[in-house]
Design a protein around this ligand. Structure first.
Ligand code: 16G
Ligand code: ZN
Length: 530
């Protein structure tokens, strides 16, 4: 029968070769590419099962994002474009780790426990990043889907957010857009151009941008997007695929090392941005008048966007509540600015897109960003409705209608399914254009507290357990008291330690009044972890 054949194909073509345990983490499975073939095959099977269960298209993305080129990874995208439901993460981990000869019985158990009828239609969308290992691994996924008689649409090279977008479009009967690349680019670009209006420049804002494509899919897709944008935005692309993926470039490199990509020569004031390896993260940067490198990270993007949306909501006269979701990594200055100056509600959740996205759903307009540059804005069905109505309500004053129209167009520029670097870039450019701002003017809103991140290698990262959105440790006993007493010695000090969800390390974050103090604080806390 089907399961026999699937087990046989799996064992022969994509056998599990080592006993090493692999876990479905915050961004799916991620490790060295050569250890992943059997995992990919099995995730193809699982995606088909999930599709049968939900009677909807499921996405499978093959990428290791900002990791080095030899790594790869896989994650599943659920029907509404969201991350795979938590209870299925355990199922995925189980299926990925069973012995070859137990594959069939495990598949059987999954079908039974989840009341899935084998033979129902299954539809899986597959996308992959530009890594050399990705085509082979994508084939393994496809073979897995087809082994249980599921149908595959192989989109080839895609950014992660494009795949989320396609899955959402298909499962909403195209209410969200057309589930293909043309539909995606057209939606974003036409809204962007309409928002821009007659003049591409405004005040201190000029419509030329320097972009670091991380030598990945983002660079390829930006070239296509440019055709749709025409001359509304001029983008010169660096790290466009001539070098190694994420090597000395990309959003993670720029954020962590706080310097421009290696190959980029910046002039004072020049507006530049970096994408990561699968184009779901974005950061901006520039050199100030002293030639000093200045980073505008996810926190800065969140505050810029929230500030603009708040202004539009007020001017439109619509009664919509707004919230901003951050993680413990958000710079203390940003949180203070959102609370005290923007007057927007702030929520803090654990690291990982699924937590941020979920919390953002609680607001009419939910803005969420991780400091690393991943984030988006989501509008509730009610908000969407109200904005749409107001945009064509002839009984309202004309300036309110005009503002509602802008909000309506902004919703189209934004990929609400997940953080999307290309969509976020168009959003940031739109806000800067509307304010007539250079990066220095954007940056002036607040000054980041100096901060430091460190990784600590430990035998077992899970001995550290946290609470309060990862801001406090509950295990091992006594650790938090020690951290508290160290932090108390530093002016504006704040620090936390959390086990990484993607690497076998504990991460330490610290901020304080000066860089030297932030370094010291991180160092002292790290010493307590060893
Ligand atoms: C994953 C997460 C990202 C998070 C990062 C933290 C998703 C899709 N991605 O890449 O949001 O910032 O992990 O990594 O959720 P860490 O746990 O190793 O610090
Ligand atoms: Zn990424």
């Amino acid at each position: 029968d089907i399961l026999n054949n699937s087990q046989q194909l799996g064992a022969e073509k994509y056998p599990r070769k080592s006993e090493k345990l692999i876990q479905y983490g915050t961004s799916g499975f991620r490790t060295k590419a050569e250890e992943l073939a059997h995992v990919m095959y099995r995730m193809g099977v699982l995606a088909a099962f999930r599709s049968m269960q939900k009677n909807a298209v499921i996405g499978v993305m093959i990428t290791a994002s900002h990791n080095d080129e030899p790594d790869n990874g896989v994650k599943l995208v659920d029907p509404h474009g969201e991350m795979l439901e938590a209870s299925w993460e355990g199922i995925a981990t189980k299926l990925a780790n069973v012995k070859n000869e137990e594959l069939k019985s495990t598949m059987c158990d999954i079908l039974e426990e989840n009341k899935i009828e084998l033979g129902k239609n299954a539809m899986v969308y597959v996308g992959r990043d530009t890594r050399p290992s990705s085509p082979y691994l994508a084939q393994a996924v496809i073979d897995g889907v087809e082994s249980v008689q599921g149908c595959v649409t192989d989109f080839g090279i895609l950014s992660t957010p494009q795949l989320h977008f396609f899955v959402t479009c298909q499962n909403t009967n195209k209410a969200y857009g057309e589930p293909n690349e043309e539909g995606y680019f057209k939606k974003l670009a036409s809204a962007f151009k309409a928002l821009r209006g007659e003049s591409a420049d405004n005040g201190q804002y000029q419509h030329s941008l320097t972009l670091d494509g991380a030598n990945g899919v983002g660079a390829l897709k930006m070239k296509i997007l440019q055709e749709y944008l025409g001359n509304s935005l001029e983008v010169s692309i660096f790290s466009s695929g001539d070098g190694k993926l994420n090597y000395q470039c990309g959003a993670d490199y720029v954020k962590v090392l706080q310097k421009p990509p290696h190959s980029m020569q910046l002039e004072v004031g020049q507006r530049a941005a970096s994408l990561d390896g699968d184009a779901d993260r974005l950061v901006y940067f520039y050199l100030d008048t002293q030639g000093k490198f200045k980073l505008l990270d996810g926190d800065k993007i969140a505050t810029l966007v929230a500030g603009y949306l708040k202004k539009l909501v007020k001017e439109s006269g619509l009664n919509l509540n707004m919230g901003l979701v951050q993680t413990a990594y958000a710079n203390g200055s940003s949180t203070e600015y959102i609370n005290n100056t923007l007057g927007v509600e702030v929520a803090c959740v654990p690291t990982g897109v699924k937590y941020l996205h979920h919390r953002a759903l609680d607001f009419d307009i939910g803005v969420y960003f991780e400091a690393n540059g991943h984030g988006t804005v989501i509008f509730s069905p009610t908000a969407t409705d109200m904005i749409k109505k107001a945009a064509s309500d002839e009984t309202l004053p004309s300036d309110q209608v005009a503002t509602a129209k802008r909000l309506f167009l902004l919703m189209d520029v934004i990929n609400q399914t997940v953080g999307d670097a290309l969509s976020d870039l168009l959003l940031v450019e739109t806000v800067l254009h509307a304010f007539g701002w250079s990066l220095a003017e954007w940056d002036a809103a607040y000054t980041d507290l100096p901060n430091r991140q460190m990784k600590v290698s430990v035998a077992d990262r899970n001995v550290i357990q946290t609470t309060d959105a990862e801001r406090r440790c509950v295990e091992p006993p006594g650790l938090q008291t020690e951290i508290d007493s160290i932090v108390a010695k530093f002016n504006k000090g704040r620090s936390f330690a959390r086990p990484s969800g993607t690497e076998d390390v504990v991460r330490v974050y610290a901020e304080a009044d000066t860089q030297a103090n932030a370094d010291q604080l991180a160092h002292q806390v790290a010493l307590k972890i060893y």
